[in-house]
Ligand binder design. Structure first.
Ligand code: SAM
Length: 296
């Protein structure tokens, strides 16, 4: 049986190879296993990418090997590297990844990108609402690009609210944001220039088939979108006429086959699609809309 601990590695490169082989045995895809082993070695030995690239044959210390071994055991249990190391890059920011809070995904950057593309004046004092803020990734990214904007982050999960708060502080944005623990826009008054949301959208019946990295480590509250995956969109869209300014924009992240369904929900409430954003895989990942002309 393979051991979590690399067997007396003599070099960084050997340690990476041993950990990668161990991860492949545990079911991690080969290229991913290589990337993960490299990232964990870099963290265990406090190395920059450049240092590792320049001296792959340098030996690792016992202490580094022990640390790497602990990381490898967790990764073999299919915990994502971002959770093991406690942080991930999102947009231009380094965010804390907290237990019991959704690990922000690269495709969510498409929501940030699409929203920014629809904002005509980035220096305006915009009011932004992030529904289901999780780690706070979306709001942090938007506030970092909109120097005079202010934001409200809402989440039902206390752990998510704490993570949003930690990330806003880490990014130096806490003084421009407020966090509300609650159900979508229920307790909010006032209207917003931009409402953004990446709500739970996985069909309930599909959750058992998700990768272990998601199923075992992301909270169910962040995943479960009900029988057809659209329950949360229905709830949020019903409240948009009350919460969105008449010249405001709403932007949703959607599952890879949900853009048409979400556009239809918006259309039923008097919103016209302004832009559809595609992720790096070419999937329609974001639906952004505006109130149709004439709607107050
Ligand atoms: C898919 S995660 C998105 C997290 C984060 N915005 C991101 O993109 O990484 C959805 C978030 O919605 C929150 N949530 C689920 N149901 C909610 C509700 N009824 N009201 C407010 N937040 C809710 C979850 O706790 C979770 O943090």
């Amino acid at each position: 049986m393979a051991s979590a601990k690399p067997e007396e590695p003599t070099s960084r490169a050997q340690a990476i190879a041993q950990v990668a082989a161990y991860l492949v045995e545990s079911g991690v895809e080969r290229t991913q296993a290589q990337d993960d082993a490299r990232a964990m070695l870099r963290a265990a030995a406090s190395l920059t990418r450049l240092q590792l690239a320049m001296e792959p044959q340098a030996p690792i210390t016992d202490e580094e090997a022990d640390r790497l071994s602990r990381y490898a055991a967790r990764r073999a249990a299919r915990e994502p590297v971002s959770r093991i190391l406690g942080e991930r890059g999102f947009w231009t920011l380094d965010l804390v990844v907290a237990p019991n809070v959704l690990d922000p995904r690269a495709e969510t950057e498409t929501l940030v990108e699409t929203t920014l593309a629809l904002i005509e004046n980035r220096d305006a004092p915009l009011e932004i609402l992030d529904l289901g803020s999780g780690s706070g990734a979306i709001l942090c990214a938007l506030l970092s690009e909109l120097p005079r904007a202010r934001g409200v982050a809402v989440d039902l999960s206390p752990d998510a609210c704490a993570a949003t708060s930690a990330n806003l502080a880490r990014c130096g944005l806490a003084n421009r944001a407020r966090i509300v623990r609650g159900r979508w826009g229920e307790s909010l008054a006032g209207r917003y220039d931009a409402i953004v949301s990446n709500p739970p959208y996985v069909r309930a019946g599909e959750i058992p088939a998700l990768d272990p990295e998601v199923r075992l480590y992301d909270p169910a509250l962040a995943l479960d979108g009900g029988p057809d995956g659209l329950d949360c969109y229905r709830e949020i869209v019903a409240d948009l006429p009350r919460l969105l300014k008449s010249d405001g924009i709403v932007a949703f992240e959607v599952g890879s086959d949900q853009a048409v369904g979400v556009a239809a929900l918006l259309g039923d409430k008097g919103f016209g699609v302004a832009r559809v954003g595609r992720d790096a895989g070419g999937h329609e990942r974001v639906v952004a809309a505006r109130p149709a002309p004439g709607r107050s």
